[in-house]
Ligand binder design. Structure first.
Ligand code: HEC
Ligand code: HEC
Ligand code: HEC
Length: 134
């Protein structure tokens, strides 16, 4: 074995492992790549269409950690118990949909765009008929 092929020092091995993991990430996430998150814990019970959250559209614009660390969105569709009061008060979607970072909550139909009857979970854009078709 040539010296240059020696396994890197411990610290660097971690870096290499990290690089491999990062390289795998897009592949690992492929299943959800075109996925819309359908949120219907409360909407239809309260007379609104289910919410379609186009995940990929948002992932292209923001780092994962903005939502999943800083804003605290859980990594499971439907896991966050969101209601409209929270959102209007700047939590969850309302952290951005406030008329500054993105259009504000008065555009009900842009979020509540799902076909009645959809249940909370991940769907491909084509079947959810939400705006998140790419
Ligand atoms: C604009 C905000 C936002 C960004 C950016 C974002 N996510 Fe999400 N993500 C969400 C929301 C909202 C949910 C659904 C949470 C809920 O319903 O409580 C979700 C759900 C998920 C889920 C769960 C899907 C399932 O099968 O239930 C995974 C995995 C995920 N995100 C990974 C990522 C990764 C990886 C990135 C970065 C490449 C990312 N997210 C970027 C908002 C975001
Ligand atoms: C980190 C900021 C951020 C968060 C959090 C966020 N959004 Fe958005 N969202 C945006 C931005 C920016 C746009 C693009 C606005 C524009 O085009 O003017 C957008 C656009 C959208 C669109 C339109 C997509 C399209 O195809 O044009 C929908 C629908 C949407 N958001 C729903 C949601 C819902 C539902 C949530 C909460 C579950 C949410 N968003 C949370 C920033 C965010
Ligand atoms: C930025 C996205 C977004 C917009 C815009 C939006 N909502 Fe919501 N809304 C949500 C999300 C996410 C939930 C929780 C979804 C669920 O689990 O059912 C929700 C839930 C609700 C609920 C059920 C929970 C509760 O608070 O009673 C009602 C009713 C509701 N929205 C009404 C509205 C009305 C009316 C408007 C327009 C004035 C509106 N929403 C605009 C994202 C949005």
């Amino acid at each position: 074995m040539k010296p240059s092929l020696r396994p890197p020092a411990r610290g660097k091995r971690w870096l290499a492992l990290l690089a491999v993991l990062l390289a795998l990430l897009p592949g690992a996430a492929v299943r959800a790549e075109y996925g819309d998150v359908v949120l219907n814990n409360w909407s239809q019970k309260n007379g609104m269409r289910p919410v379609i959250f186009p995940h990929w559209f948002h992932r292209e614009r923001f780092r994962c950690k903005v939502c999943h660390t800083e804003l605290g969105f859980k990594l499971q569709a439907g896991a966050d118990d969101m209601d409209m009061a929270d959102i209007i008060n700047g939590k969850f979607c309302g952290a951005c949909h406030n008329g500054k970072i993105a259009w504000s909550v008065e555009h009900c139909g842009l979020c509540h765009s799902g076909k009645p009857g959809l249940s909370t979970g991940i769907m491909s854009g084509g079947t959810s008929q939400g705006p998140g078709i790419f």
